[in-house]
Design a protein around this ligand. Structure first.
Ligand SMILES: *Cc1c(COP(=O)(O)O)cnc(C)c1O
Length: 371
């Protein structure tokens, strides 16, 4: 028997997560300089200067293990979010906490429910533990926003064996969001044997009035788990820090499967410092709003359909296989994200960059589409 066949069934059939192409890889492949990467929803302003200073300050301490309980970062988060430290689970990115949820609550005997076009990590963590994935069709545009989560369809898939429902709000790669009213009604209708994960990776970016803060529902729904991250608006993707907020009971369960030092020392320090830099966050959000308008107007001017986004990325429709356009953009030194693996083979996702980066992307797109 081949070694790979010894893997458990879920893992045998698993396809690894496809990250955006790193700049250094494209440099190696094509010998290009001045590459613009708008492929992984990273903050174009970079990390907060305070976070950088915190990392520099802690470097001489790297021979020490980090605080495995994350006391200081949890205290800072608890104060900021108005929750108890005991409700917080820190993760090596929020992907880590999504996996902790799967490992703690899923098994081959049960299932997880999520939407078509939803974030790729939900199917991966579900399959990795051998659980069944029940995937609800997304909205076709006749009722809710096209490509968005159809909560009625998701609710219809929940059965006696469902243990976890994953909801991305807003969703990546589609960028659409669920309103306070619709998401609250969905959560209120879930049976007690289901953990509801509301993934708010882009929370800080969202600037629409009817977007809910799911944290406010924690007292009402003891089975609710809200996940957030320092990777996106806080600009710390390379350090890997995310967290879940839940009832203390659920946090206690997640803590049992968590690796003792899953968040490293510079990451803990940087995240704490980043939380204090309101100005950097404001600048980030303001730049993103301007970039969303810039890209949206440019797509309209070019007659390209796109999915209205409240995140820091926009997914647009080429009405033909997107692979060749993606490849041609690479040759122009612009990295965007193909999303065929999300069931959207005619779309590409572009991260909102600086005004100049967005302009470079648009000029490259014009050259590619004209060719
Ligand atoms: C980027 C992203 C995450 C988090 O990534 P981490 O870097 O692991 O924190 C989680 N959910 C969604 C929907 C995302 O787009």
């Amino acid at each position: 028997m081949q070694a790979a066949d010894l893997a458990i069934p879920g893992v045998r059939g698993l396809t690894p997560y496809l990250p955006g192409k790193p700049i250094a890889e494209l440099e190696r492949e094509l010998g290009l300089a001045h590459i613009v990467k708008l492929a992984s929803n990273e903050n174009p302003l970079g990390p907060s200067p305070r976070a950088l200073e915190a990392v520099r300050r802690i470097l001489p301490e790297l021979h020490f293990y980090p605080d495995g309980g994350g006391f200081e970062l949890k205290s800072a988060l608890a104060g900021k979010l108005g929750v108890e430290s005991a409700q917080i689970t820190l993760g090596n990115g929020s992907n880590d906490v999504l996996e902790l949820v799967a490992r703690a609550f899923l098994s081959p005997a049960v299932n997880a429910v999520f939407s078509e076009h939803a974030f790729a990590v939900y199917p991966i963590v579900t399959q990795a533990v051998g659980a069944v994935a029940k995937v609800a069709k997304a909205h076709d545009g006749s009722r809710g926003s096209r490509y968005g989560h159809d909560l009625a369809a998701m609710a219809a898939l929940v059965d006696a064996d469902t243990r976890v429902v994953f909801i991305a709000n807003p969703n990546n790669p589609t960028g659409n969001y669920l309103t306070r009213t619709e998401l609250h009604a969905f959560l209120a209708g879930l049976p007690e044997h289901v953990i509801a994960v509301v993934d708010e990776a882009y929370f800080e970016y969202v600037a629409v009035a009817d977007y809910p803060n799911a944290l406010s529902w924690l007292p009402e729904f003891p089975h609710l788990v809200v996940t957030r991250t320092f990777s996106k608006a806080y600009g710390l993707a390379g350090l890997r820090v995310g967290y879940a907020v839940s009832s203390p009971a659920v946090a206690d369960v997640l803590n049992r499967v968590r690796q003792p030092f899953n968040v490293n020392l510079p990451a803990l320090e940087a995240a704490k410092a980043a939380l204090d830099d309101a100005e950097h966050l404001e600048n980030t959000v303001r730049l993103n709003q301007a970039g969303l308008r810039q890209l949206g107007a440019a797509f309209i001017a070019r007659g390209l359909e796109f999915i209205p986004s409240v995140g820091n990325f926009i997914t647009f429709d080429l009405k033909r296989p997107a692979g060749p356009v993606y490849e041609a953009l690479l040759r122009q030194g612009v990295i965007v994200r193909p999303i065929g693996n999300y069931g959207l083979p005619h779309h590409l996702r572009v991260t909102v960059g600086t005004e100049a980066q967005n302009a470079v992307f648009l000029a490259a797109l014009d050259r590619v589409l004209a060719a």
